[in-house]
Each structure stands twice: as C-alpha cells, then as structure tokens.
Write a protein that binds this ligand. Structure first.
Ligand code: NAP
Length: 139
C-alpha cells in the first residue's frame, strides 16, 4: 500500500505510525520505510495499556538488561526504539512515569543487547481493533 501511495501522491507521506515494541518489532516495515525516506513512529512502544501476563515490559530479557544498566524496563524499551531510528510515543497518566520515560538519553544499549531484544519478537499486536470494531483492520 505504501509503494502504491508513493507512485501517485503529490504530497509524499513523511511519517508512518504503527504499533512497535519488542514483541512486534516490524523490522521489514521499518527497514522499507527508512529506505524510502519515511520516518516511523512507534505507538504503544511499551506494549500498550492492555493488561496481560506476558508483556515486553515484564520480559526477563528486558528485565535483565534493565538491571545491568540500572534503568527501568520502560526505559530499555524506549531506548531500543530510539536506537532503531524510531520516534516513540509512550503514554502515561503518572507524572513519575512521564519523567522516567524521557530519561533515556544518558545510556546506550550495546549491539549485542539490541540483538538479544530483537530476538524476543513474536509478531504480537496488543492493539487489534478488528474484534473491537468488527472491521478486519490488519487482515
Ligand atoms: N495511531 C494509532 O492508531 C495509535 C494506536 C494506539 C496508540 N496510539 C498512541 O500511542 C501512544 C501510546 O500508546 P499506548 O497508551 O497504547 O501504549 P504505551 O505507551 O505502550 O503504554 C501505556 C501503558 O504503559 C504504562 N506506562 C507508561 N510509562 C510507564 C513506565 N515508565 N513504567 C511502567 N508503566 C508505564 C501506562 O500506565 P500509567 O499511565 O500508569 O503510567 C499505560 O498503562 C498514545 O498516545 C496513543 O494515543 C496510537
């Protein structure tokens, strides 16, 4: 659909906003968008508000890297997004979390840590409106 759009759009799109976190890393889409000069925004970068037992913010791989950097799991998820060249838009109603979520510019994940996090991808969306709206949104 993006290729189609780029063939005729007189005003080229500059941003694609999609669900991205380590359980839904969207590597091919990100690589393609960057190749055609489209920035990518990661929505639900912490794995969304949906409450499930298995979430990237609770993943043992993320917890271990967080402990190694004395950072929180949320900060690791956001740093992982930033180092992939993404714009991440976490949401919080908790002022302490809002502050925490911007303190991600004073450390760096190693290539090995990035790789380990990349490997926990499950192609799992938490935001799946098909069921909520009765529209086959991602099908
Ligand atoms: N374009 C689209 O179709 C689309 C779709 C979905 C979402 N979005 C946008 O993406 C943004 C974020 O998405 P989202 O709210 O679904 O997911 P998210 O930012 O990945 O996760 C939000 C959840 O994470 C918690 N949280 C935030 N900071 C935290 C921290 N430091 N430590 C622990 N928990 C933390 C929040 O709880 P607390 O409030 O208690 O901190 C909330 O439950 C929103 O602005 C939303 O509008 C866009």
């Amino acid at each position: 659909m993006i290729v189609d759009l780029l063939t005729y759009a007189q005003v080229k799109p500059v941003m694609n906003q999609v669900e991205i976190h380590p359980y839904h890393s969207q590597s091919e889409l990100v690589e393609f968008c960057h190749k055609v000069n489209l920035q990518v925004t990661a929505y639900s970068p912490l794995g969304s508000f949906v409450d499930l037992p298995a979430k990237p913010i609770k993943d043992p791989v993320v917890l271990k890297i967080a402990a190694a950097h004395s950072k929180t799991p949320a900060q690791i998820l956001l740093r992982w997004s930033l180092q992939r060249g993404l714009i991440a838009i976490p949401k919080s109603v908790n002022p302490a979390h809002v502050l925490e979520n911007i303190q991600v510019f004073d450390f760096e994940l190693s290539a090995e840590e990035m790789d380990v996090i990349n490997k926990i991808n499950k192609n799992q969306r938490f935001i799946e409106p098909s069921g909520w709206w009765g529209v086959p949104y991602f099908k």
